[in-house]
Design a protein around this ligand. Sequence first.
Ligand code: NI
Length: 249
Amino acid sequence: MIIDSHCHLCKKDYENIDQIIKNMQDNIMIASGADHKSNKEVIELCKKYPNIYGVLGIHPSEITKDIDKHLQFIEEHINDKHIVGIGEIGLDYHYECNKELQKNIFIKQIRLAKKYHKPIVIHTRDAISDTYDILEKEKAYEVNVTIHCFSESLEMAKQFIKKGAKIGIGGVVTFKNAKKLKEVVENIDLKHILLETDSPYLTPEPYRGTKNEPKNVYLVAKKISEIKNIDIQEVLDITTANATTQFDL
Ligand code: NI
């Protein structure tokens, strides 16, 4: 058993989503929303497939003027079958943006998760300090927190782990130049790690450059087993248990 704890399964990205899902056999995927449209698609997938769970959220780069309506939609569906959290939410300062607006929407979604005791899945890019501070100030760790597609330093990983957060590791760990992330994986215990693909992005080696899909999560597990010099089965067993607990699957 393997769990892809974070992937995007949008119609706009895949010609044949059913086939992509079939390729995972009986393994589990947690499909993540990022905007209103993908949130609706996540709900549909969760209804259709017993091995798909979903998280609903508005990504910091997807905030539109309809945001209040879209947040209300998330609240209306937060207790749907197989909806297991709020994500992906957070801060992304990579491109020019309205930081105050991003913070405001991030906070609203953290509060929503706390209201319903749901885990949160965090996206943070070029914004680690504000992300860290908001999680702290909002007492976000009262719910289960995942830092998805972790790309920060080992020191930062340790700080998040101390708070009880899980660290999402994706295809980047297979890249030749991913020295920092390999150091993170080498030095943190497997019990803090979740496997993910972030499909259709960040395809692991040797398929880098093609479209990613959840079945490639196996390549992430394999790379982690090599870095930690342990059996891949141990990686599968422990990360599956981690994700199951984290999202109460
Ligand atoms: Ni994502």
